[in-house]
Design a protein around this ligand. Structure first.
Ligand code: ADP
Length: 370
């Protein structure tokens, strides 16, 4: 049978690829993943090739079987993305946009006309006088790894001695953090979802509240406009998370992630079109879907690995207690602190919903038993 439906190749086979499978099935789109092993979260349930994403020949061979290639993580070397483009592979987002999610220093430079914390790249602490400050690894950080609060010249010198060149940033005393998910297609069609407040504990996002409860209409529009402007400026194709800090009526860009993102997991149940479906539509240059919310409020909580390993049994209690709670389990090995799943609850009241979501998280981690 000849298949008129395209094949989307995703480099990576973690939970983001896993959550892309359901909309791909619904749309009849073929997915092919480049996995590191067949045990990975998405490789357990989808067509995949096992290979090294850093090896040009492996990725070129993989790309031959795909109509378009996209990513679920930022680890693929830019040189590999460029090698694909050089032989005509359609890569979305392209290397010229993707670099800004890989390299924080380039991102800061490129977005210097957008509201951002003051920043510079340094190789010495000499002459740096304002502390505390935030220092960041230029690439490779995630979940707060690669981000340090630095209180003195001595601490900065020690860090530079250990990791080399770092990006230093003004420490923004923000009120809270938000993320705006935005999608853009090659036709230039673009859409955003309602801004999400992200609650972080020790650099890890534990919960998201959408729409961001403390953000008024004017600020919400401003944040969405900012995300759309950045998407246009860098010719984004696909879905992107724009993480921002909110301080009074000011917004500061924190970072960009060019793929579906934890801050957009709520869209699976909470929006007419999920971020995963929208990413597929965008990279295939299909018209984008409606991003309206399907309920007034959506709260998502990340299930982090704990010492408890049986993640199935808690369903019995939690599903009976709250039939509205939606579970997503990624089927990854349980390791303390690792994101292994999430729950989402829709309703009318952010405070009530977050209590209920927190209860589910505490029950799943074994902190409470009723
Ligand atoms: P990651 O790559 O881990 O996502 P981020 O750049 O998002 O790193 O930083 C992680 C966290 O560190 C942010 O969520 C925020 O809480 C804090 N942070 C980062 N940059 C700044 C800054 N300039 N001022 C204050 N806090 C910051």
């Amino acid at each position: 049978m000849s298949d008129s439906f395209p094949t989307v190749g995703i480099i990576g086979a973690g939970q983001l690829a896993r959550m892309s499978v359901a909309p791909a099935i619904d749309l009849g789109i073929n997915l092919l993943l480049l996995a590191q092993s067949s045990n990975e979260s998405a490789a357990q349930i989808a067509n995949h090739v096992v290979g090294d994403y850093a090896d040009v020949d492996t990725v070129l061979e993989f790309a031959k079987r795909c109509d378009v290639v996209t990513f679920e993580h930022e680890l693929i070397p830019l040189s590999v993305v460029k090698a694909l483009e050089a032989v005509g592979v359609v890569v979305r987002p392209s290397s010229s946009a993707f670099i800004y999610s890989q390299d924080k220093a380039q991102m800061r430079q490129r977005l210097s006309n957008f509201p951002s914390p003051k920043s510079s790249v340094v190789t010495t602490a000499l002459g740096i006088t304002e502390y505390p400050l935030i220092a960041k690894a230029i690439s490779g950080g995630y979940d707060g790894r690669g981000v340090w609060k630095i209180n003195s010249e001595k601490e900065l010198s020690a860090l530079i001695a250990e990791v080399g060149k770092v990006l230093i940033e003004e420490l923004v005393e923000f009120d809270y953090e938000i993320a705006v998910m935005v999608a853009r297609s090659p036709h230039g069609q673009a859409s955003t979802w309602a801004p999400t407040q992200t609650v972080q504990v020790d650099g890890i996002c534990t919960m998201t509240l959408t729409p961001a409860p403390q953000l008024d209409q004017e600020m919400s529009t401003k944040a969405q406009k900012l995300a759309l402007d950045i998407a246009q400026e860098i010719s984004l194709i696909g879905v992107m998370a724009v993480e921002m800090f909110v301080k009074d009526d000011q917004l500061f860009i924190n970072e960009l992630a060019m793929r579906p993102h934890n801050s957009g997991h709520w869209t699976i149940e909470g929006s007419v079109t999920s971020q995963f479906e929208q990413h597929l539509r965008a990279v295939l240059d299909l018209p984008l879907g409606d991003t309206s919310m399907s309920a007034p409020v959506a709260v998502m909580g990340n299930i982090l690995g704990s010492s408890k390993t049986d993640m199935y049994r808690p369903y019995l209690h939690l599903m009976a207690r709250n039939p509205g709670l939606k579970f997503h389990h990624y089927k990854k090995d349980v390791r303390p602190g690792r994101k292994i799943g999430h729950v989402t609850l829709l309703g009318n009241d952010a405070v009530e919903l977050s209590h209920e979501v927190q209860h589910a998280l505490d029950y799943m981690s074994g902190e409470i038993d009723e």
